[in-house]
Design a protein around this ligand. Structure first.
Ligand code: DGJ
Length: 526
């Protein structure tokens, strides 16, 4: 459980849980196009959208900024009482530079490309379907300055137009940074830096950070020399650490300057490594195995966040909480684990944002790309099935409606959850009561289940979930017997519980067949 102070706050300084959706990349390039997407998000119960704002549209001509689109997006959000996380696509988008303005792309001398291979500005990625690849160099000082200038302009503008209303709750800097095709760049400048001595303070920090490191990184750092070139100090991981160091330094320049102007929370997101070799996934990007480097270098970045399309969702959530990193999921799949994971991510990991990517498509049959991305080739039928949007909306609305209560219990054991994806856990213990949560029984028509329980008072709980039979018990040895005093289904309206039915008789066996929200008050006695 993460103990870092809750960081996303609304205009009143109140903690805010972003039940969000990230739009397809090109959607927010047109305010007109966005109109119905905002409505779709609202219908789906989302309280926020994550929207790209791109360097090319912000600064189409050098030094000439255009914030008209940003302003329209903010007004659209306000008119629906929704919030925004802006994703600043500057030099990097999926380790490439497609969102850099033309004047940047065209000037290869001033804004050099990454030399994946010596002397080449563009390569075919052998390990990635021969995909043609180019990216701006992470060592390009002019690129960094120009990118920073655009980011500063954006932050200045947000401060001016939104500081009071706080529609924009955080900003992601760049998108899936890193270098594909090689572990590091191969320009003369890159070679020179790679052969130079690693800064002593960084070496000593790395040598003192072994405990949190991924095994192969730890081994490389442990076995490396106390001083010397990157290769001498970091051995087999030298290229990735080198890239991470310089990419994080690049991003930190934007973050630091941005924070000085308008201190919103800043995040970076990553393309997961999936156990591959650096360069197959973007080398130097903020993956958990490079988190020690990123946390050291990019001190003004508050969160490192994973884009999770893989099947071992929970394992990734665990990994991205190391070093006290507050969990947020800016992108995830829209297969039928989406709703279950929303509930579990909030209830178990106390994440401050959960956001399926391309939520606009939720419920539609997957296209070939989504099928590949979501793991349709496996035997798990749920990975091949689109998320039912009605079910998603039920959970999204429930979580949004109870977010004040939930947020007040973050970082405490008063908010817990169980998911059918995490085998072996079937009991949740609170201060005076516990709950056995039985999912795997013949009774249920579906195999996936989730159950979030929040302890409002010692004897009063709210339970949200499906495919769960719930058996409360007392944890007080002196008072081992219990009775149910009150059991109701209902909803939260304006933060207050509103009961629908009083449940008793057959319903007192507490079996959540379908997505449900209930309130239970218990009594224990001798
Ligand atoms: C991850 C990227 O960050 C997104 O912008 C988008 O390209 C998705 N992948 C596509 O699935």
């Amino acid at each position: 459980m993460n103990t870092k102070q809750f960081m996303i706050r609304d205009e009143n300084g109140k903690p805010f849980i972003m039940v969000a959706g990230e739009v397809h990349n090109s959607a927010s390039s047109s305010a007109e196009f966005m109109e119905h997407i905002w409505d779709q998000g609202k219908e789906l119960g989302l309280n926020s959208l994550l929207l790209p704002v791109t360097w090319e549209l912000l600064e189409p001509e050098e030094g000439h900024f255009d914030f008209s689109l940003v302003d329209k997006l903010i007004l659209q959000a306000r008119s629906r009482e929704m919030k925004i996380g802006f994703l600043y696509f500057g030099a990097w988008k999926n380790a490439q530079c497609m969102y850099a303005p033309s004047w940047v792309k065209e000037d290869l001398n001033r804004f050099p490309r990454a030399e994946v291979e010596k002397g080449k500005n563009k390569v075919a990625l052998k390990d990635f379907y021969g995909f043609p690849y180019t990216s701006l160099s992470y060592l390009g000082e002019e690129t960094n300055k120009a990118d920073k200038k655009a980011f500063i302009a954006l932050m200045k503008h947000l401060k001016e137009v939104d500081e009071k209303e706080k529609t924009v709750l955080y900003v992601q800097i760049e998108n899936e940074t890193g270098l594909q095709g090689a572990g590091r760049e191969h320009s003369l400048k890159a070679d020179e830096l790679f052969n130079k001595k690693v800064p002593a303070e960084f070496v000593s920090y790395m040598k003192n950070s072994l405990s949190s490191m991924t095994e192969d990184v730890r081994k490389a750092v442990e076995e490396g020399k106390e001083e010397g070139s990157w290769e001498e100090v970091f051995g087999a991981c030298a290229e990735e650490i080198f890239s991470a160091f310089y990419i994080a330094s690049y991003v930190e320049k934007l973050a630091k300057a941005g924070k000085e102007i308008y201190p919103l929370p800043f995040s970076v997101n990553c393309w997961l490594d999936k156990g591959a070799k650096a360069g197959i996934y973007p080398s130097g990007g903020p993956v958990s195995r490079m988190m020690e480097v990123w946390k050291y270098v990019a001190k003004d970045v508050d969160v490192v966040s994973p884009d999770i399309y893989v099947q071992n969702f929970c394992q990734i959530c665990e990994e991205y909480q190391k070093l006290n990193n507050p969990l947020m999921i800016p992108e995830t799949a829209i297969h039928s684990y989406a709703a279950l994971r929303l509930v579990y991510t909030i209830g178990h990991y106390h994440a401050w944002c959960y956001s399926p990517f391309g939520f606009e498509d939720m419920g539609k049959p997957f296209n070939a790309f989504q099928g590949f991305l979501f793991g349709m080739d496996t035997s798990d039928p749920l990975l091949k099935t689109p998320q039912n949007p009605l079910e998603y909306a039920y959970y999204a609305k429930a979580i949004d409606s109870m977010k004040d209560l939930l947020a007040s219990k973050y970082s405490t054991s008063s908010l817990q959850a169980i998911s059918s994806e995490e085998k072996g856990k079937d009991t949740l213990l609170f201060s005076s009561f516990g709950f056995k949560v039985i999912m795997n029984v013949q009774l249920f028509s579906r195999k996936d289940g989730v159950c979030l329980i929040v302890e409002k008072e010692k004897n009063e709980f709210f339970i949200l979930g499906h495919t769960a039979m719930i058996v409360p018990f007392s944890t007080d040895k002196e008072k081992p017997n219990i009775d149910i005093l009150e059991l109701e289904d209902g909803k939260f309206v304006d933060g207050q519980w509103q009961k629908d039915r009083r449940l008793n008789g057959d319903e007192a066996s507490i079996t959540l067949n379908e997505p449900s929200l209930i309130r239970i008050k218990l009594f224990s006695y001798k």
